[in-house]
Structures are given as C-alpha cells and as structure tokens.
Design a protein around this ligand. Structure first.
Ligand code: C5P
Length: 222
C-alpha cells in the first residue's frame, strides 16, 4: 500500500484549461488536457488526502475518492478556488488559465457583416488565481504553482516563484517532445527556496506520485 503521506490533509488542485466566451457560439481557450492535474489529484487521494479538484472543461474521468468541481471561465475557477482554499492545507495550481478574456461577451453571435474588422476583440486581463491564493495573510495554504516554459526554463520559473509568492514551483519545458500539454509523459524541475530538484521523464501518473511525495516532505515536514 502507498504511504499515507497526506493523511488528514486537505488538498485543492486546479486542472485543465479555462474557457472565455466571446459570444454565444465562440470562446478563447488553450490545448491543456488536464492530465497532469488529474494525475496529481489521484496521487494525493492515494496518499490519504481529502482532495477537491477544480476542473476546467476536459474529457477526463474523476479520480477515485476525489471531490470534483467543474468550472468553465477563469472567474468561476477563481471563485471555486477561493472557497476551497478557506479550508485547505495545500493548494496546487496545475490549470492552464487563459490570461485574457473579451472585455464584453456579445449577447448575439458577432457578425463580420456588422462592420467588424481586425479590432473586433477588446481583451482585459484575467485575475491570477494562484497569486491571489498565495497573497493571503489569513487562511493561506502551502501553495504550489506550475511554469510551462519554452526557454530559460528555471530562470523564468524562479521569477514566477518570487513574483507570485509561491512556496514551490514545478517547471516544465513544453518545447521538449518528451512532455507537455497533451502527452502522457512529462519531465519537470521542482524549485523552492532550498534549491532545484529535477524529476526525470516519466508517465504523468508516476511523476504525480513523486511530486506528491516531494511536496508532502516540504510542506508538512515534522
Ligand atoms: O504566469 P503563468 O501563467 O506562466 O503561471 C503559471 C502558474 O500560475 C500555474 O500554476 C497556473 O495554474 C497559475 N495561474 C493562475 N491564474 C492565472 C494564470 C496562471 O492560477 N490567471
């Protein structure tokens, strides 16, 4: 049986993409499959945690023993995250959140015949979910973020760790054909204030178990 490294702990995980409506038939989103976040949720549950998985629109089965909250937009994911984080020991942000959303959602389908041109979309910045949770002074869980990068991977990840006030960041080179968005495999470098811990390429399910062991040791070391 797996070690119950997270027995008695409450863990919240965000996973998958978010989706921002432009009008009743269109949206902005990305190619996130949610596989890494769902694998982490499964590993945390196996490690004895009480897990809340806040999932954007993905086609994945809910892992055994996990409470799933389905959301679509970034604002909805933030609201679900704020609520879950109020009673939570560990917050892991694996979601690929859409950075910008349309300033207005058109009530009717946007038509090219209506004089719309290349400036048809006005965007506004979305809230940063993990930074919002990490900025708390009260009810602040241990906060782990992800950084999907294509160059200067550890440098960019370290600056995110600091800028977003995270306790730990999982850096992921998405230009590496061995890992990334839709792959079943991934390789990461985990960074915290004590240094860097590379986890070599493995199935996302195996990597998730290693990540949970590493996070549990750092967050709840006795
Ligand atoms: O800045 P960047 O999007 O690369 O940061 C990635 C990390 O921040 C991930 O942990 C992601 O889940 C989180 N994030 C978030 N809300 C956003 C943007 C990113 O929680 N609006």
């Amino acid at each position: 049986a797996p070690q119950q490294l997270l027995a008695g702990k409450k863990v919240t995980i965000t996973a998958g993409p978010t989706r921002e409506a432009l009008d009743p038939v269109r949206y902005l989103s990305n190619h996130s499959s949610g596989k890494m976040g769902f694998a982490i949720a499964a590993a945390a549950a196996r490690a004895g945690a009480e897990v809340t998985l806040i999932a954007g629109p993905v086609r994945l089965a809910t892992p055994a023993g996990v409470k799933r909250v389905d959301v679509v937009s970034t604002d909805d994911m933030l609201a679900a995250a704020e609520q879950a984080a109020d009673d939570c020991d560990l917050f892991i942000a694996a979601a690929a959140v859409v950075d910008f959303r349309p300033a207005v959602v058109a009530a009717q389908k946007i038509k090219k015949e209506d004089g719309n041109d290349s400036d048809v979309l006005q965007l506004v910045k979305n809230p940063d979910i993990v930074a919002t949770i990490a900025a708390r002074s009260d009810k602040r869980p241990f906060v782990v973020g992800f950084a999907a990068e294509t160059e200067k991977v550890t440098e960019h990840a370290e600056s995110k760790l600091t800028r977003k006030n995270l306790d730990m960041i999982v850096a992921n080179d998405v230009s590496d054909p061995e890992g990334g968005f839709n792959s079943d495999r991934n390789a990461v470098i985990v960074i915290d204030r004590s240094g860097q811990h590379p986890l070599p390429a493995a199935l996302k399910t195996e990597l998730a178990a290693e990540l949970i062991a590493l996070i549990a040791a750092r967050a709840f070391a006795k």
